[in-house]
Design a protein around this ligand. Structure first.
Ligand code: SF4
Length: 209
């Protein structure tokens, strides 16, 4: 599955808000959104914001895709799954995204960004229920036990990450045992667990055209 590999701060500036894609740097004055509050590119400072319904819907979809690091094809697939699930499609979509393994590792505070969490998964450092899983899109279930299998330098780095982001990680649905680098999924995430401002209804309207 492909992924965006360009400069991530540009994505935040294009959305006009902090998407927290770069870990601890996002909480410092080095954040690009704080230093340059205008869209990227040559005409960024003159660009007028889109106000049409379609423009708003499109921006909301792009924003969510960027937050979770998902490409269009997979995002559409998640939307289809959400549409066939019981309950409001928008909430279901966000819940599916939250249940991704890379997001779960990030939410636990063991990685400082979803990109770093994805790398831990891809490089085979994540074991779920005693089975190594290297697919970031794996959907976690209630009761899953996720363990990080790391060498000494990485263990130190993960402990430092956890220390710096644990207050910011919203993870009421997870229990983290810092010493053993183990995360237990207490329950499945609810819409209310996602604090970031997202208007999922706009995405539903966009795909329902
Ligand atoms: Fe976005 Fe973080 Fe870059 Fe700020 S530092 S622009 S929040 S990725």
């Amino acid at each position: 599955m492909g992924r965006y590999t360009g400069p991530v701060c540009r994505l935040c500036r294009a959305e006009g808000m902090k998407l927290f894609l770069k870990g601890t740097r996002c909480f410092t004055e080095k954040c690009a959104v704080e230093r340059r509050e205008y869209a990227p590119g040559m005409h960024g400072q003159n660009r007028r914001s889109k106000t049409s319904d379609f423009g708003l819907q499109l921006r909301e979809k792009q924003k969510v895709k960027r937050i979770y690091g998902i490409m269009e094809k997979q995002f559409r697939f998640y939307f289809q799954r959400a549409s066939s699930a019981v309950g409001a499609t928008g909430s279901q979509l966000l819940k599916i995204l939250e249940r991704r393994l890379d997001n779960t590792v990030f939410r636990s505070g063991l990685a400082s960004s979803r990109a770093q969490a994805r790398q831990l998964v891809r490089h085979g450092h994540v074991v779920v229920n005693k089975r190594k899983i290297n697919t970031p899109n794996y959907q976690v279930n209630a009761g899953d036990v996720i363990k990080l299998s790391l060498d000494e330098p990485l263990t130190k780095r993960v402990a430092e990450n956890r220390e710096s982001v644990k207050d910011k990680a919203a993870s009421d649905w997870l229990t983290v045992d810092d010493k053993g680098l183990t995360v237990t999924v207490k329950r499945l995430p609810e819409r209310s667990d996602i604090q970031f401002p997202i208007q999922e209804q706009l995405i539903v309207e966009l795909y329902s055209k």
